[in-house]
Write a protein that binds this ligand. Structure first.
Ligand code: ADP
Ligand code: MG
Length: 389
């Protein structure tokens, strides 16, 4: 889950990482009070959206007078921002950060992530701050230093010295840099980070270091033990389908095919997608309704699948273990009636209460294409998706 820059900076401040002071506004009538309480006559105003590259997209503006701060904040509130990371549809900005200006002498890049190959957290630093790290990695990889650190968030002195030498941080700046990296590593691990990027981390004209920007993404699988981070979820920043999936705790990933898939269990979902491909079709989504899904959850899943206008046929493939086939059938019937499903529906049920499930479907009056096994189901759904093109 992504959090906004202002939320990331709240977290970083708890770890004594220096950030410029700021206020966040979401309403025009709050702008003046925010400026007063911040006590500034010049500032940078930044859109708070879940995407990087805001500067290039016109979402970061320097304002040199109070009037300019007000005007530019007003301009940004409600603005649609299109960056490389948002896709062409863009994201609407509902919150703007008004922040103290920094006296920038140099911009650095600092990123922390999990290196799955060696199962350790990884720190990446570069003197090429401000620009996208992907670009640096491509054009001048020697300008990036990578060092691993411990899963408990500790980073050894030798590595810290290497970082300081690489970035040319000496004396006071070096001491501040070491402290900052240590604290960043701690913040990353203690909050179950997936990615934490400070780009740029800056050195001001007096040689002090600051986190000027912060992008923090938390491992979704750890949210159950991070209620304070879960509370930062902002549904305005995700697609409607993703918002429903989040709310219903469904694993849903949209793909670009035309066969909607409703499956229980991630492994079976993957196998189902493979089989669809094998038989010449293309899945429109990955969806794992989970083990103990309720009738409502099944119905919601259906809604999700149908919200994708590319879907030409649906395959329901359920192996009822913990999940009961009759519950699935009830959910399918409820959703089919409510949503007036027009596309062919192929259903393969197996497992607990399978007879009750099949009976419910038979009696429902719905036009359902029954399949006997997985291959049969895949072949049938591919054929139906083809003919309804
Ligand atoms: P993004 O990465 O989304 O473009 P940043 O917060 O990194 O947004 O801002 C882009 C650039 O704007 C920074 O690289 C920096 O040059 C400038 N900038 C951002 N915040 C400040 C600030 N507080 N003071 C001065 N310049 C800033
Ligand atoms: Mg940035």
């Amino acid at each position: 889950m992504n959090v906004h820059e202002y939320q990331a900076k709240h977290i970083l401040s708890k770890y004594h990482i220096p950030c410029q002071d700021f206020r966040v506004v979401s309403r025009v009538e709050d702008i003046e009070e925010a400026i007063d309480s911040l006590g500034v006559t010049e500032a940078v105003v930044k859109v708070q959206i879940h995407a990087g590259g805001r500067g290039k997209a016109g979402g970061v503006k320097i304002a040199k007078t109070r009037e300019e701060i007000i005007r530019k904040t007003k301009e940004l509130l409600g603005m649609k921002i299109v960056t490389k990371q948002t896709g062409p549809e863009g994201i609407i900005c509902h919150k703007v950060m008004i922040s103290e200006l920094a006296d920038i002498a140099k911009e650095y890049y600092v990123g922390l992530l999990i290196d799955r190959d060696v199962a350790m957290p990884l720190l990446m630093v570069s003197s090429e701050g401000g620009t996208e790290i992907e670009e640096v990695a491509e054009k001048s990889p020697h300008k990036i230093l990578k060092v691993h650190f411990q899963i408990d968030g500790t980073i050894d002195e030798g590595s810290l010295d290497t970082v300081c030498r690489f970035l040319d941080w000496t004396e006071m700046t070096g001491e501040e840099g070491k402290k900052m990296i240590r604290n960043l590593a701690k913040a990353f691990v203690e909050n179950d980070g997936a990615i934490l990027e400070v780009n740029p981390l800056i050195e001001d004209k007096a040689g002090h270091l600051w986190a000027l920007d912060a992008k923090f993404s938390i491992d979704d699988n750890a949210l159950f033990r991070r209620p304070e981070i879960r509370a930062m979820y902002d549904q305005t920043q995700v697609t409607p389908a993703e918002a429903v999936a989040y709310e219903m705790d469904l694993a849903y990933i949209a793909l670009d095919g035309n066969i909607g898939c409703m499956v229980n269990g991630a492994g079976l979902a993957m196998a189902t997608m493979d089989l669809i491909k094998y038989h010449g079709g293309s899945p429109a989504n990955f969806l794992d309704v989970g083990g103990g899904a309720s009738k409502e959850k099944v119905a919601k899943s259906f809604g999700l699948i149908l919200s994708d206008s590319n879907v030409k046929a649906i395959l329901v493939n359920i192996f009822g273990g913990i999940m009961r086939c009759d519950v699935i059938a009830e959910g399918v019937i409820e959703a089919a009636k409510e949503l007036n499903i027009q596309v062919p529906l192929v259903v393969r049920l197996e497992g607990t209460n399978v007879e009750q499930g099949k009976e419910l479907l038979r009696k429902s009056g719905l036009k359902i294409i029954a399949a006997d096994d997985l291959t049969d189901a895949a072949k049938k759904v591919v054929a139906h998706a083809d003919t309804s093109k």
